[in-house]
Design a protein around this ligand. Structure first.
Ligand code: GDP
Ligand code: MG
Length: 181
């Protein structure tokens, strides 16, 4: 006992229909339900990892009108988040461009190079739709590398495991960043 509870605020960003809600619901319930509606919400999820209580606050955002073009992220979102998950679909080049803009926006606002900056993970979702792929794994990896972000390709539809890895990796990076504050 005596260990303090850890609380992390995680913001999911990305274009419409890339699977932000599918990732969120997978993480919260382990399930893929197929249809999610256009709801914006912050969910709290308690877990015990390596004997420590963790509270994940997950903000499943909606891309604002014309936000798809500008990559705008609100000040409130930038202030709230301890870490970011930027989601695109491997079948949707425009969604990849948006993630590129959002990664740059976060770096401008928060300076990802400095220790203590909020970590960012880029996620290429819908990996099960390989036959319709228009964004290569290399392009995803290069974007992540050049912006100091983590990178995963996953299928929220097919597996829970990849989604769990993304959230756990981000948790580790957030805790690491906190040691520099
Ligand atoms: P959001 O607008 O980013 O929240 O996207 P949603 O989570 O609502 O997903 C949009 C659509 O893509 C839904 O029909 C989902 O069932 C589907 N979808 C989400 N993730 C995947 C995936 O990994 N593979 C496939 N094939 N479809 C997915
Ligand atoms: Mg959604």
């Amino acid at each position: 006992g005596g260990q303090q509870k850890v609380e992390v605020n995680i913001l999911l960003l990305g274009a419409e229909s890339v699977g932000k809600s599918a990732l969120t619901v997978r993480f919260l319930t382990r399930r893929f339900i197929g249809e999610y509606g256009n709801i914006e919400s912050i969910y709290s999820h308690n877990d015990k990892i390596d004997g420590r209580e963790i509270c994940f606050n997950v903000w499943d955002s909606l891309c604002p009108q014309n936000g798809e073009v500008t990559g705008h992220i609100s000040d409130r979102q930038l202030q709230w988040a301890d870490g970011f998950i930027l989601v695109y679909s491997i079948c949707d080049c425009a969604s990849f461009s948006l993630v590129a803009q959002q990664a740059r926006r976060i770096r401008q606002a928060k300076g990802t190079k400095c220790p203590g900056a909020p970590p960012v993970i880029i996620v290429g979702n819908k990996r099960d739709l390989r036959h319709r792929r228009t964004v290569s794994s290399e392009d995803g990896r290069m974007l992540a590398l050049s912006n100091d972000c983590g990178f995963f390709e996953i299928s929220a539809a097919e597996t829970y495991h990849g989604v769990l890895l993304v959230f756990h990796e981000l948790l580790d990076l957030i805790r690491e960043a906190r040691t520099h504050k």
